[in-house]
Design a protein around this ligand. Structure first.
Ligand code: SF4
Length: 621
């Protein structure tokens, strides 16, 4: 059923891996307008479908693979897709967007998204070819790396251009931060790959023969023309990211903002930053620029190591976050090691942020005597030990020896290690914190604490604080700022565009986003209506989490960040103490319409944004 609005097919494909049956869920115009697509569709449907009490590896857990209205229309930076599920790492709602043409192919096949539940009795992959859906044996693919898995499926189907999203050994072994890889891009962080592995689902391959059409082609062309002119005026999008990619952040975050987490955040200034910076990477290791489909910015690069210890390593990346996690966090200043680690994570299907932060956590525990050489199986987890990084990645992906503990993530590992090790677990709600400082950026302190996903820099965004659009040291007004950034990211993840567009369209939700959405959909949204869409999605995520037991007490930061000032560098002395964080959280809850005592969205708020049924559900708790 095509909708009256542009950018939608009106159908979501439901797949049950236990029964091998498929069905169609029809969506309405009202549903599309209310939830937009991508993250909005997932948040609504997963709230309705998932029993919050289940373990994430229960067969009844659901994986959503969604598109937004823009996929397949060749709008700049929209060559992406969205995945969501209940996370085995945070136990809450978790979503991720990833580059990949598979989003467009899902649309071309006639669907707005796919919902997968159940568990196959043997490893399978799903092949979707318009209306033809096949469950194919993946027994010979099980144990394979992500690149060979994708190649073998293309060969079996006889289509070298087939879009395949696959897991590697990490997903099969249910590493709690395993991701899903499409080409070399990851739907990362919260363990979506592990959920696929728990379902015996090795990959999803999609091709379609249709199109996706905007509501108003002429208005969209006008918008595209505006984009082409305006993007040239934004240095980060016109030259910084195209030339260097996100590694360009290393120098400024270390030397200006003093927020480059070092040796597991014992400080946030890394003396070996030059070995990790964008210029070193570009001058010594760059092979060519690459990009997500339909992206003229092309921030990603192919790098290879031509000599030295890690000679032969090739990777599309590393990005800034990976340089932080395997570089400064582990006390390593050799970028060639980071390239090697990045390529291994892509192949095993591991999230690079969590993986590096887990290794850094082990290094601190080891150096503080909380874990011994006997317990690590002889591995010497010392900061700067690059061999340990490489050995750890393989052991984590395969859950061998100490890797089995590390595969659980820092929070669970700290509970097993005991002592005061939880202090060194750099995570929020179980999700390891990326390379944007909770101590040097006040907005990230609040944002990490209250975000649905926990330690994610794609719920709140750090970019506006780096740019000075919000004073990074200010407390006043920070709650409103964080809400604005979260509204933008949730809308961005629902229409599914790259977050880097914020440098052109704005760091917080504003009229420019309305102007981008309306030509595609024909919704004729006002700004106020789009704010309500954002709030609806964000509060559905919170409601999902509330049903899993998350409350105000969980909206916090690691003790280290609340009690230890940054030890050195440009932000020496900065941190947000617990009382200050609580003050900001109070203000955040008040502006959001959440109960200050519990952190639960109030009935009045939920009714106001059209979520009466959710209010009734929460009343039952
Ligand atoms: S800017 Fe980079 S991450 Fe964003 S869509 Fe383009 S290539 Fe992908």
């Amino acid at each position: 059923m095509d909708l009256k609005y542009g950018g939608y097919k009106g159908k979501i494909l439901r797949i049950n891996l236990t029964t091998k049956k498929t069905s169609i869920l029809e969506i309405t115009d009202e549903f599309a307008r209310k939830y937009l697509g991508g993250n909005g569709f997932s948040a609504r449907l997963l709230f309705d479908m998932i029993d919050p009490r289940i373990d994430a590896f229960d067969p009844t857990n659901v994986i959503a693979i969604m598109t937004g209205p823009m996929q397949g229309i060749y709008i700049p930076t929209s060559g992406k897709y969205h995945m969501a599920s209940k996370s085995p790492l945070t136990n809450g709602y978790f979503d991720s967007i990833s580059g990949g043409h598979i989003g467009a192919e899902i649309k071309y096949a006639g669907y707005d998204g796919i919902l997968i539940t159940g568990r196959a009795d043997k490893p399978v992959y799903i092949f979707i070819d318009d209306n033809n859906i096949e469950f194919k044996s993946a027994e010979k693919l099980w144990g394979r790396l992500t690149s060979e898995t994708q190649e073998m499926i293309k060969e079996e189907i006889g289509d070298p251009k087939l879009c395949v999203s696959a897991i590697g050994p990490a997903g099969e072994n249910r590493v709690r931060y395993a991701c899903v890889i499409t080409e070399f891009r990851a739907a990362g962080r919260g363990g979506l790959g592990a959920v696929m592995g728990s379902k015996n689902l090795k990959a999803v391959a999609v091709r379609g023969s249709g199109t996706n059409e905007p509501a108003d082609s002429e208005a969209l062309e006008n918008w595209m023309n505006w984009y082409k002119e305006e993007v040239k005026k934004v240095p980060a999008l016109a030259s910084g990211l195209p030339t260097y990619g996100t590694p360009i952040l290393v120098s400024s975050i270390n030397n200006i903002f003093g927020g480059f987490g070092t040796r597991n955040h014992q400080t946030e200034y890394f003396e070996g930053w030059e070995g990790l910076c964008a210029e070193t990477l570009k001058n010594k290791y760059w092979d060519k620029d690459t990009a997500c489909p339909a992206c003229p910015i092309a921030c990603s690069k192919l790098f290879s190591v031509k000599e030295g210890k890690w000679k032969g390593a090739i990777s599309e990346g590393p990005d800034y976050e990976t340089i932080y996690s395997f570089g400064s966090m582990c006390g390593i200043s050799d970028i060639s090691l980071v390239i090697k680690a990045d390529s291994m994570c892509d192949e095993y299907g591991l999230d690079t942020v969590s993986c590096g932060v887990v290794i850094a956590f082990m290094m601190e525990c080891y150096e503080k005597g909380l874990i011994t050489k006997e317990e690590t199986g002889g591995m010497e987890f010392k900061f700067g030990n690059d061999d340990i990084v490489i050995e750890s990645i393989e052991k984590i992906a395969k859950r061998i020896g100490i890797g089995d503990l590390m595969a659980e993530g820092t929070l669970r590992a700290s509970k097993i290690i005991g002592g005061n090790s939880e202090r060194f677990a750099i995570q929020v709600k179980g999700l390891e914190i990326p390379g944007h400082s909770a101590r040097a950026l006040r907005g990230m302190a609040l944002g990490y604490a209250v975000a649905s996903r926990g330690g994610s820099h794609h719920d709140p965004r750090p970019t506006g604080e780096y740019a000075g659009a919000s004073d990074r040291k200010a407390i006043e007004g920070k709650a409103a700022w964080v809400i604005g950034t979260m509204r933008w990211t949730t809308i961005g993840d629902s229409m599914i565009i790259c977050h880097f567009l914020e440098r052109l369209l704005g760091y917080t939700l504003n009229q420019r986003y309305v102007d981008m959405i309306n030509p595609v959909t024909g919704f004729g949204y006002t700004y106020e209506e789009l704010v309500d869409v954002a709030e609806r999605i964000l509060d559905l995520e919170r409601a999902f989490n509330v049903r899993t037991g998350i409350r105000r007490k969980d909206d916090t930061l690691p003790r280290r960040f609340l009690e230890e000032p940054i030890a050195s560098g440009p932000s020496k002395g900065m941190y947000t103490d617990e009382a200050t964080l609580n003050k900001m959280i109070d203000e955040f809850y008040e502006l959001k319409g959440w109960d200050k005592r519990t952190g639960i969205p109030t009935k009045e708020k939920l009714i106001r944004i059209g979520l009466e049924d959710v209010a009734l559900e929460l009343e039952k708790l």
